[in-house]
Design a binder for this molecule. Structure first.
Ligand SMILES: [Mg+2]
Length: 110
């Protein structure tokens, strides 16, 4: 899929797996994968970025501050998926289609 940039140039739209490849490649270049990493630690680091997003909100951060922390979370998720060869794009598309078939509020009270 192509997208038009502000300059008027067309460029291919990045899909989720493109972000995964790029985030993991950058993390490798920056030395984050010199040794094997522990899944629990990596998940905790993803969670820490969500906590930073919450703190940005609590500190009346601007939307850009919150967005930056959410971006950090996505970067860590993409890096993790790259390291573990997880096809997040496929899982995301499958889950979104499934969610369309679920009842209102997925049948839950809250
Ligand atoms: Mg952060």
């Amino acid at each position: 899929m192509m997208i038009k940039k502000a300059s008027g140039k067309q460029q291919p739209r990045k899909m989720i797996n493109d972000f995964i490849r790029e985030c993991h490649s950058i993390a490798r270049e920056k030395g984050w994968w010199q040794e094997e990493r522990n899944d629990g630690e990596l998940i905790a680091l993803i969670h820490s970025e969500l906590s930073e997003a919450l703190e940005a909100m609590r500190n009346q951060g601007r939307k850009d501050d919150v967005a930056e922390e959410l971006a950090d979370c996505c970067i860590r998720i993409f890096d993790y998926c790259g390291a573990r060869e997880i096809d997040l794009e496929k899982a995301l598309l499958k889950k979104m289609e499934y969610n369309k078939t679920r009842p209102y509020r997925h049948g839950k009270k809250f």
